[in-house]
Design a binder for this molecule. Structure first.
Ligand SMILES: NC(=O)c1ccc[n+]([C@@H]2O[C@H](COP(=O)([O-])OP(=O)(O)OC[C@H]3O[C@@H](n4cnc5c(N)ncnc54)[C@H](O)[C@@H]3O)[C@@H](O)[C@H]2O)c1
Ligand SMILES: Nc1nc(=O)c(N)c(NC[C@H](O)[C@H](O)[C@H](O)COP(=O)(O)O)[nH]1
Length: 226
């Protein structure tokens, strides 16, 4: 394949929201689901998020379990997978937790429209991939990641990046934990935002598995290839 195997892992409320209307992070997953997410991180070559998630949540995207970190080191890998931000206009703050916490490589994917000075600043802390004119050309960027040795890529949202990846046919599998709460609000981000598919082109999924975890349910979906 020209691009990595790519999956999305996400947690949503029972009404399909992934954060509040103020874009504030909500603890949807319990301990078991966070541990499962940590295992997925540890087993991936890279973890990717959109700049909206960095600005809202400031995630570190590190592997948390010392045992999983040790296993990676024993396998000759960095403690953490490569951490990637899709950031068309290079808005990533230089003091983001992704830079401050944990060892390992970082990649920022920007577009040609990103201000040169900002790109230069970020270049001191991360590798830069330039792709697309106004916004990142996701298919091209994914091919570039594959060339850089990334074979298994975990996408951790948010809503806009999920749409960009799904609408470009770049996702192989989706894992959604549906938690026992309602967030509500028509402007709260949902699992997939963006423009939405035209009525005749809705994306059909194949259910691979459904598992009750604590007070929620983990759904595993396969996105059939064209
Ligand atoms: N519950 C969860 O599992 C979970 C996970 C991650 C994020 N979140 C939530 O999601 C929200 C952030 O989502 P969001 O939609 O605002 O931002 P996002 O993280 O999806 O980032 C969107 C940004 O990605 C960039 N981008 C560049 N090229 C793109 C392209 N071709 N297609 C799509 N995006 C492109 C754009 O700059 C865009 O603004 C936050 O509130 C966060 O808490 C929840
Ligand atoms: N799986 C999951 N369950 C949740 O209940 C929740 N709120 C998130 N949200 C994802 C979001 O991107 C978080 O910001 C990162 O999970 C934080 O990652 P760090 O701990 O900083 O490494 N993800």
């Amino acid at each position: 394949m020209e691009r990595p195997f790519i999956f999305i892992n996400s947690a949503m409320s029972a009404d399909g929201k992934i954060s509040t209307k103020e874009r504030k992070q909500v603890k949807i997953s319990g301990k078991i689901d966070f541990n499962r997410m940590d295992q997925l991180r540890a087993g991936s070559d890279a973890i990717m998020v959109g700049i909206g998630t960095v600005l809202a949540d400031d995630p570190s995207l590190t592997v948390k379990s010392p045992e999983l970190q040790d296993n990676r080191i024993k396998a000759g890998l960095d403690t953490n997978p490569v951490r990637i931000i899709v950031d068309s206009t290079a808005r990533t703050p230089c003091d983001a937790d992704i830079f401050k916490k944990g060892e390992g490589k970082r990649i920022i994917i920007v577009s040609e429209s990103a201000p040169v000075e900002r790109v230069a600043e970020l270049q001191e802390q991360a590798d830069i991939i330039v792709s697309g004119k106004e916004k990142v050309d996701l298919p091209e960027a994914m091919r570039e990641l594959k060339k850089r040795g990334i074979n298994r890529l975990m996408v951790e949202g948010g809503a806009t990046l999920n749409w960009g990846m799904l609408s470009n046919g770049l996702i192989d599998e989706i894992y959604t934990f549906v938690g026992n709460l309602i967030i509500g609000g028509k402007s709260s981000p949902t699992f997939v935002d963006g423009d939405g598919f035209p009525e005749k082109e809705l994306l059909k999924l194949e259910l691979m598995d459904a598992e009750k975890i604590e007070d929620g349910i983990l759904l595993k979906w396969k996105v059939p290839g064209k």
